[in-house]
Write a protein that binds this ligand. Structure first.
Ligand code: SF4
Length: 472
């Protein structure tokens, strides 16, 4: 039976707000926090909610984890190394706790939602005071309060059986000019290598009027760029009865008038021509798309349960370019998937050469317990995997250099973000293609969208100069 999405009841959210008010007044509660975030934008956005709740409870952000009273790790489990890095850092805090017994440590996010992980935390990490999964993030104030009142560990992992989405959580945005809007949670696709559906649950879309109201509020707040988030934004609305699907939602958000709109992630199988038409006709939708291909060989794509072929993917790329000739494409690619032969790997290389992405996130396949691919025979040995990824990186590097060289001489519009990390006399921001551009500027330009003539292509960024006599 098709499951319909509902909002978490208002009384539940009200109870969380009461919890926050009580913690705020509590004697001896932690005074400062530090959040360590791993993984994707979804996690970054969840951390903004955690920060909003912590601030409502009266805590202030610490400059560093070593001087915070409360440290929370918002974890990712998509790849084994992300998980090991998070656990390594949690362990490191054990030492810190010896010198500061008042320190409280929490772990939340996707890793906790993995089967068996909460038990492992209980057993192996006795210094962790609080742990909770992805489905009860909104419940954090109550859990935090319980941890403080009872003076004992609190661990709560709930299964995805609610089919509900949280609304009205407090939030602290890390950037006043750019914001994330989650439009849906979870994923129904079950790609054979991916653990996300088990830890983030089934697809739940937010009500469109809520999303539009949020976009409107952000515009009034001076936000100039939004990123719509979801594990598979293209299936937005399939779990709701109001008939609003992603193309219509995007069209409506475009009319709100925020200067730049981006979205991710798009599953290629669900990328419709309707959506491409909306992207092409929109006034504010950036000519940029992250379209994860994962592999270039049909046998592997089938085994991955991606439900498109190489040919279908390439056809969609062609249709996109027909409508938006300057579109900048990026992708995710997995090498060394179980059983991948040399010829199959070469298919990935040839697809990358054919599409000519501006950038590609390349990964060595990482087995995740509980996924079908993890128990497939013929796992690829590390040397072969490493050789293949190096080969693919070299191909993509060459393509990026050639693509970026074509940008030299063009005027791009850059939303100025911050001084460049490498050279503070330079300002840095993203152009419409989501590529970092550095140029000579000053901090008073932060938050403006400025025309920058591209003068030089670097390995992963562009350099340019401000076009004078221009107005934002
Ligand atoms: S679409 Fe596939 S890769 Fe993406 S989150 Fe869903 S299952 Fe994972």
């Amino acid at each position: 039976m098709k499951r319909m999405t509902a909002e978490i009841p208002q009384e539940t959210i009200q109870a969380e707000q009461e919890s926050m008010a009580r913690v705020r007044e509590m004697d001896g509660r932690p005074a400062s926090y530090f959040i360590v975030t791993y993984g994707c934008q979804m996690n970054v956005h969840d951390s903004e909610s955690l920060e909003g709740m912590l601030q409502q409870m009266g805590l202030t952000g610490a400059a560093d984890r070593t001087c915070a009273d409360f440290v929370i790790f918002n974890t990712c489990c998509v790849r084994d190394n992300a998980e090991r890095r998070a656990l390594g850092n949690v362990t490191w805090l054990k030492e810190l706790k010896k010198t500061n017994p008042q320190l409280r440590v929490a772990v939340c996010g996707c890793m906790i939602q993995e089967p068996g992980m909460a038990e492992q935390i209980l057993r192996t990490y006795p210094f962790v005071d609080l742990a909770f999964g992805t489905h009860n993030l909104y419940h954090f104030p109550t859990l935090f309060e319980q941890m403080l009142i009872r003076q004992r560990r609190v661990i709560e992992v709930v299964p995805d059986d609610l089919g509900s989405v949280p609304e009205d959580l407090p939030i602290v945005r890390s950037n006043p000019y750019q914001a994330y809007i989650t439009i849906m949670y979870g994923c129904n696709n079950f790609c054979s290598y991916c653990i996300v559906p088990s830890v983030r649950g089934r697809e739940r879309s937010r009500e469109s009027s809520r999303i539009l109201a949020e976009a409107e509020a952000l515009r009034r707040d001076g936000v100039r760029e939004i990123m719509l988030l979801g594990q598979n934004v293209n299936s937005y609305g399939l779990d709701r009865e109001d008939g609003m699907r992603f193309p219509q939602l995007l069209e409506a958000i475009d009319k709100v008038g925020i200067e730049r709109i981006r979205f991710m992630t798009s599953h290629p199988k669900d990328l419709s021509t309707d959506l491409m038409d909306v992207m092409a006709a929109g006034s504010h939708i950036c000519p940029q798309l992250h379209l994860p291909v994962q592999h270039g060989n049909n046998r592997i794509l089938k085994s991955m349960n991606r439900r498109y072929t190489r040919e279908q993917y390439l056809e969609k790329v062609a249709m996109l370019r027909e409508r938006i000739p300057n579109i900048s494409l990026s992708t995710d690619v997995i090498v060394a998937y179980p059983g991948e032969t040399e010829a199959e790997f070469e298919d990935t290389c040839s697809l990358v050469e054919q599409v000519r992405y501006d950038s590609a996130f390349t990964f060595i396949y990482s087995p995740r317990t509980g996924t079908p691919a993890a128990i497939m025979p013929d796992q690829i040995d590390p040397e072969t995997a490493s050789r293949r990824i190096q080969q693919l990186i070299a191909i993509q590097k060459q393509i990026t250099a050639e693509n970026f060289a074509k940008y030299v001489g063009q005027v791009h519009h850059v939303l100025v973000d911050a001084p460049s990390r490498r050279d503070p006399s330079q300002m840095s921001g993203k152009n419409e293609y989501n590529i970092t551009v550095n140029f000579d500027g000053s901090p008073d330009m932060i938050g403006q969208i400025l025309p920058i003539r591209i003068t030089e292509a670097k390995e992963t960024t562009l350099k340019g100069t401000l076009v004078e006599d221009s107005h934002d």
